[in-house]
Design a protein around this ligand. Structure first.
Ligand code: PMP
Length: 391
């Protein structure tokens, strides 16, 4: 991926996980040489605690919040679980959408036990946008509760207008949580402008290590103290467990690197994504792009190639890393719940590939992938024709 030669491999699965940024790699290695436990009061422990403080500041700068508003977790799954379990009160509405990541959707189902009085799923349009007008209808007759809507969809990249959602929720005294796992480090963000109360993120989506993440909780948000993990008093009692100093240091370094290069990266990545779509659409005129085109992350495209199973295409181009549906669901034979919620047929959902690009993607990787997709689709179509009309 160094961009020097024509590429013979394309890593286009940043939404599953992004390559570690060099700054994050260096920070992880350096922090692993520290001996202390960040909770210990001796000098070695305080060195580790200092490293955590530096990272907390770096992440806070990326988000535009204060360091004291962050709780470090093992990733976004934990942050989502913590947010929903802490902020949902039985009897109140928990409003979300069927296109959420399972880390929100399954937690929402668990805390409400699926009760239709509590769990409210907003409709999703064919363009992947959540119907935010339906939010006002929910709050026409009720007040309070929690609204949890993802900032950017992991399968389509479609963005939610969080400010509109937050306005409707706050007018009804409801709290707002967003799973911003795919947004942070991909587009510039200021949590004050987003106007959300809780926000989940994960380091490995923006060039930090896997297994590190955070929950932002706006200062003053009235949350009953319901930690997910109890034990020691780490993270102001919100999350017990010895801090993952190296992971947190890596997340901090990735945050700083992303903050400095994001403006330039956004334009570059968007141009590469557009090039990929143009090349694939040129080669496969019947393909369809999913999701609202002008309200998407810059580095994501979801492409349906009707009648051509995505798993067969991906198997025919092992040198291109991309996903069918979401990586978390890969291996499972069920079609993407996101695409089904948008109204795609099961067959079209099964014929959809997600390509996701990021800070280190090169033009050569894009050109290589486009060629590979064309070849793989021709190969799969030939095999399907052969199977239907054996010679
Ligand atoms: N939410 C979204 C939108 C995601 O894409 C992912 C990762 N696939 C997660 C949550 C889970 O993140 P983590 O791997 O940090 O648990």
């Amino acid at each position: 991926m160094d961009g020097s030669d024509a590429s013979d491999e394309s890593y286009l699965d940043y939404n599953a996980t992004a390559p570690v940024r060099p700054e994050a790699y260096a920070a992880v290695c350096e922090a692993m040489q520290l001996v202390g436990n960040a909770s210990s009061t001796h000098a070695a422990g305080q060195q580790a605690a200092h490293r955590v403080d530096v990272a907390r500041r770096q992440l806070a700068d990326l988000l535009g919040c204060s360091p004291g508003e962050l709780i470090f977790t093992s990733g976004a799954t934990e942050a989502n679980n913590l947010a929903l379990r802490a902020a949902f009160a039985p009897g109140d509405p928990l409003v979300t959408s069927p296109a959420e990541h399972p880390a929100v959707l399954e937690t929402a189902r668990a805390v409400t036990a699926g009760s239709p009085d509590e769990l409210v799923l907003l409709p999703v349009g064919v363009d992947g946008l959540v119907d935010l007008d339906a939010l006002s209808q929910v709050f026409a007759t009720r007040r309070g509760g929690l609204v949890s809507l993802m900032a950017a969809n992991n399968e389509t990249g479609v963005l939610t207008d969080l400010r509109v959602a937050a306005k409707a929720a706050h007018e009804a005294d409801a709290l707002v949580h967003t799973d911003a796992t795919q947004l942070i480090g991909r587009l510039p963000v200021d949590v004050t402008e987003l106007d959300v109360d809780l926000l989940s993120l994960s380091a490995h989506k923006f060039g930090g290590p896997q297994g590190a993440g955070a929950l932002f909780v706006r200062r003053g948000v009235p949350l009953p103290h319901r930690p997910l993990l109890v034990g020691g008093g780490q993270e102001r009692g919100w999350r017990a467990g010895t801090l993952n100093v190296a992971g947190i240091a890596g997340m901090g370094a990735a945050s700083e690197a992303a903050r400095h290069s994001l403006a330039e990266e956004v334009e570059r990545v968007r141009a590469l994504r557009d090039r990929l779509e143009h090349l694939i659409a040129g080669a496969l005129p019947d393909c369809r792009l999913n999701g609202r085109r002008d309200q998407r992350l810059p580095g994501v495209t979801s492409i349906t190639i009707p009648g051509v199973p995505a798993d067969a295409v991906l198997a025919a181009m092992p040198d291109v890393s991309a996903s069918e549906g979401s990586a978390c669901a890969s291996g499972a034979p069920t079609p993407s719940h996101v695409l089904l919620a948008m109204g795609l047929t099961r067959e079209d959902a099964d014929s959809t590939i997600r390509f996701s690009l990021g800070y280190a993607t090169t033009v050569d990787e894009i050109d290589h992938a486009a060629q590979a997709v064309k070849r793989a689709v021709m190969q799969v179509r030939a095999a399907l024709t052969e199977a239907h009309h054996p010679r």
